[in-house]
Write a protein that binds this ligand. Structure first.
Ligand code: HEC
Ligand code: HEC
Length: 158
């Protein structure tokens, strides 16, 4: 292989790498058509999680057990429940890698989440300004927009 071809090959390989990582990030993006009820009912105790963080089945499981929601009652009326559920399902994770049924209905218990965060030490999760792995926005400064790329992370020191 001559030098020009080698450069071309490296360029193509690098572009492919970039393309695949941005696809992953893009899949998490918060859709522009979120119903007002989602912000109102699902963002008061924690951030409004972008729907692409969980599979269709997982969202069904979350939405059908709101009266017993992680130790609290997050119930909504039937009409709102139907509206939020159908929007979540429409925008749920589709790529097989990210669409497993989440253990305990938690994004933070999926195998992709655990793998992506294997370098975060146990004591870091417990810092006062983080408290829980579910508190995405503590580290991912643009989490509410569904942006989780490496360049948008700032882990708080305490
Ligand atoms: C009354 C407070 C409250 C409301 C309202 C609420 N949640 Fe939650 N939610 C919680 C708590 C508490 C947790 C557990 C957080 C933790 O472990 O740090 C949680 C966790 C979650 C998780 C799992 C996070 C993880 O660990 O991966 C999802 C998904 C979720 N909520 C979705 C929703 C949806 C959808 C709605 C709206 C229908 C909603 N929540 C409304 C309190 C609430
Ligand atoms: C303690 C800080 C912290 C919290 C809280 C946190 N993350 Fe992360 N996250 C990281 C770090 C560090 C990485 C690894 C970045 C790297 O080296 O690629 C990461 C990586 C990711 C990636 C992969 C990004 C990529 O481009 O490959 C996704 C997606 C992600 N996190 C989503 C979430 C979600 C969703 C939540 C909340 C449910 C969350 N994270 C909570 C620190 C955190």
């Amino acid at each position: 292989m001559n030098l020009t071809n080698m450069k071309k090959t490296i360029f193509i390989a690098a572009s492919l790498l970039l393309a695949s990582s941005s696809t992953f990030a893009a899949k998490m993006a918060m859709p522009a058509d979120a119903p007002a009820s989602y912000e109102a009912e699902c963002a008061s105790c924690h951030m409004a999680y972008p729907p692409a963080l969980l599979s269709e089945q997982s969202w069904k499981n979350v939405m059908s057990s709101l009266s017993k929601h992680f130790g609290t009652d997050a119930s909504v009326d039937a009409k709102t429940q139907a509206e939020i559920t159908s929007w979540l399902i429409k925008n749920a994770a589709t790529r097989q890698k990210y669409s497993e049924t989440a253990p305990e209905n938690r994004i933070t218990k999926t195998s992709w989440f655990i793998r992506k965060h294997d370098e975060v030490r146990v004591d870091v999760w417990k810092r006062a300004s983080i408290k829980s792995p579910a508190n995405c926005g503590a580290c991912h400064i643009d989490a509410a927009k569904g942006i989780f790329s490496e360049s948008n992370i700032k882990i708080p020191a305490k």
